[in-house]
Design a protein around this ligand. Structure first.
Ligand code: ZN
Ligand code: ZN
Ligand code: FE
Length: 733
């Protein structure tokens, strides 16, 4: 029986070679009809024998292209017409703006073959791409996603590239960034060079620091096997001990350097190509990540990287910026770095970057994938909200690890990593990127949302304001569709403004009124941060507060801190677990001065992981007041006893981790609720989260962790949107 079906498909189906796939499939099945892009996605009309049309639909539905994502697939029966063949209808410009924009994609295996085949016309061409791979978000100025509206507009096709672009049977059919050596972008150095790639390789081999232009910005690179070169890079970046990332030539080589699980490998090799934090296999790369047992590795994700990595096993790899400012994207920005002798040379190219975005970072905890930074390769694909709101919201996020978010219907567009807003350049970056998103997505916010903290750069009294920890809590509730269930939010992090104006950071919240509101049911006992912000780096201030008599503290220093405490000068109270981790690291004399935020916690984790054997947790005491309060004094007295007994630091650090797990479980049991949602930066501590996952299995409690939303403050903007969607909307300011 002859039928004609009209199929509406939404999701990530444009700019990913979807139409040619449909075309080829229809030809294989000898069906007639059309396929075209529309404002919502792709529409197919397909005609032929009913059985074959059904086969076609099944195949299409169940075998989406690797980078496509089908969100909905609706079929209508329509009248068959007289028709001879199957055609791709070219997009009309109108009404094309609701379609999702693809994220940037790492080089595909076929393109890698092209650049390594001497007989291929793209042999060694660093900007080779096809509909399966290449830049997307980073080069798009406006929609529809068509070449004239991308940074490829300045390159005119040669006849061969033009032919590929218009031939539906080509892998490069409608690949907007399609290019070859004779018509596309070219690499160069800042200094004149006829052989920029070879010169860059020679300089790297000689231990020089190079800025290399990638997809979302420049990266700083040095030969990782050259410890002096790495040391120099650290000096320049004023980053003496914080981890760098490592670009590794191939997955095979990466397996030799680190323990890589199948899930980790899947992410490393995915088209998003994030930095993946994996366990080191030996001490060879301690100069890359000195403070911990892990290493963030990344595989080459552009043809340029691949051509470079033919000459290196490993490169130290980090965003090209001075401490705290946005990642560099223009030649003039790296020229300044060159003039200041911050870099020795830059390997650049003339394909403009429209959207800055840093590399993404993930880690696998147990069998759970955790996003530490959701940026290049993932943005601007929306996350889904369980709430469908007809209002558009813009949320401005937290001050640290900032991201913003825009929402429409049930789509939440969580931005790439922006950075620390205390630096005005990051604030400017945030503002300019918000404008670009608004344009690109054609969204005009009905309401703007900010954090409750009056000192945040993005605070405005007339915005809708959300408590930091409520926002963290809502991220997990929304990701697991638990907004209407009774759940305890266990939020553990460094800093968040609380209802009592103190700094919160180890909070047990209940969700009331369909998660619109929350109640603080339990927390860590508050302790003073003597000198406020100063105690984030001078963590001995916390250690001395915990036990001024510990023998490793300098007597004079103890006197000063005690005096400050008595005068109650510049002191704020906090229930932050992050700060307690720092304090314990100081108390165990692991570190007294944190070179970067959370270094104390990271070193304490490393010490605990290095403990071999069995031990028991520090006993946890909880006091019932107007809420449950996890006591610090009994913890400290147990640690003091262990210090006197000269127990190893590793064991004490481990016992402390177990104490945190014990506290979470004791409080949850006391509250009598069997679902907990854990979020906050402390859960990036792999040991802590793994111990919690294991311990939870012995109870009747179900543990929920963040999926694609980062548990750290990069997730706050997402939680703020959920809050706004729950509240409904009041007039925009
Ligand atoms: Zn490709
Ligand atoms: Zn060409
Ligand atoms: Fe936080």
């Amino acid at each position: 029986m002859q039928v004609r079906h009209k199929i509406y498909i939404t999701g990530i189906v444009q700019g990913v070679g979807f139409r040619p796939t449909v075309f080829k499939l229809a030809q294989q099945f000898s069906l007639t009809g059309t396929v075209n892009n529309n404002s919502q996605g792709v529409t197919i009309e397909v005609q032929g024998d009913k059985n074959i049309v059904d086969k076609f639909k099944n195949y299409l539905r169940n075998n989406p292209r690797p980078i496509a994502r089908i969100d909905s697939f609706k079929v209508h029966h329509i009248e068959p017409i007289l028709e001879k063949d199957f055609n791709i209808i070219h997009s009309q410009e109108s009404g094309q703006k609701n379609v999702l924009i693809s994220a940037d994609l790492a080089t595909c295996p076929q393109c890698l073959n092209d650049i390594s085949d001497p007989s291929n016309r793209r042999y060694k061409y660093p900007f080779t791409n096809c509909t399966n791979c290449g830049p997307r978000f980073s080069i798009i100025k406006d929609r529809p996603y068509d070449r004239p509206l991308t940074s490829m507009s300045s390159f005119e096709f040669c006849s061969e590239c033009q032919h590929e672009y218009t031939d539906p049977s080509s892998r490069r059919f409608h690949a907007q960034p399609n290019a070859c050596a004779s018509c596309g972008p070219q690499i160069s150095l800042l200094s004149p060079s006829k052989t920029p790639l070879q010169d860059a390789i020679t300089m790297l081999k000689a231990g020089k620091t190079l800025a290399i232009k990638g997809v979302g910005g420049f990266n700083l690179c040095v030969d990782a096997s050259n410890t002096d070169a790495v040391k120099k890079l650290r000096e320049k970046k004023r980053r003496p001990t914080k981890s760098l990332a490592l670009m590794v030539s191939t997955i095979e080589h990466a397996r030799k350097l680190c323990h890589i699980s199948p899930l980790e490998e899947q992410y490393l090799c995915s088209s998003a190509a994030p930095i993946t934090i994996v366990r080191k296999n030996g001490e060879e790369f301690n100069h890359i990540s000195p403070d911990n047992n892990y290493l963030g590795i990344i595989l080459p994700y552009t043809p340029l990287h691949s051509l470079l990595m033919e000459h290196f096993d490993t490169l130290a790899f980090t965003s090209a910026n001075l401490a705290g400012e946005p990642i560099a994207i223009t030649d003039s920005e790296v020229q300044t770095m060159y003039d200041n002798r911050f870099i020795d040379e830059a390997l650049t190219h003339n394909r403009e970057i429209i959207h800055r975005s840093d590399d993404s970072i993930i880690q696998v905890v147990g069998d759970h994938v955790q996003f530490i930074r959701r940026s290049r390769g993932f943005v601007p694909l929306p996350l889904l909200s369980p709430i469908k709101s007809n209002k558009t919201f813009l949320s401005l996020g937290a001050n640290m690890k900032n991201t913003f978010a825009l929402s429409k219907d049930n789509h939440i567009f969580l931005s790439q990593h922006i950075g620390e807003l205390l630096d005005y350049r990051n604030l400017q970056y945030q503002q300019s990127e918000i404008e670009k998103y608004k344009n690109l997505l054609e969204l005009t916010p009905d309401q703007i949302i900010c954090d409750m903290h009056p000192q945040y750069e993005t605070y405005h009294p007339e915005y809708l304001k959300v408590f930091h920890h409520h926002a963290h809590f809502l991220t997990v509730l929304a990701e697991h569709d638990l907004l209407n269930q009774e759940v305890i939010g266990v939020i553990a992090d460094g800093t968040g403004y609380g209802e009592d104006h103190s700094i919160w950071g180890f909070e047990f919240l209940s969700n009331t009124n369909g998660s619109k509101n929350f109640k603080r049911l339990a927390s860590l006992e508050a302790f003073p941060l003597i000198g406020s912000e100063k105690a984030i780096s001078e963590i001995d201030r916390i250690g001395i507060y915990l036990d001024p008599a510990a023998p490793h503290f300098n007597a004079q220093r103890v006197q000063i801190i005690k005096k400050l405490q008595q005068q109650n000068m510049n002191t704020i109270m906090t229930s932050s677990l992050g700060r307690l981790f720092d304090g314990i690291a100081s108390l165990l004399n692991i570190v007294q001065y944190a070179e970067y935020e959370a270094q104390g916690a990271i070193l304490l984790q490393q010490a605990a992981e290095n403990f071999q054997g069995r031990t028991s947790p520090y006993k946890c005491s909880i006091q019932k007041k107007e809420r449950l309060v996890i006591q610090i004094t009994p913890l400290v007295s147990q640690i003091k006893q262990d210090l006197q007994k000269k127990l190893s630091r590793e064991e004490m650090a481990y016992k402390f981790h177990l104490w945190v797990v014990e506290a979470i479980i004791m409080v949850t049991k006391e509250l009598g609720i069997t679902k907990i949602a854990c979020s906050g930066g402390c859960f990036q501590n792999r040991l802590l989260t793994e111990l919690l996952q294991q311990k939870i299995k012995t109870t009747d409690i179900t543990l929920y962790l963040n999926n694609e939303v980062p548990p750290n403050d990069a997730g706050i903007s997402f939680g703020q949107i959920i809050y706004a969607q729950l509240q409904g909307v009041s007039p925009c300011v």
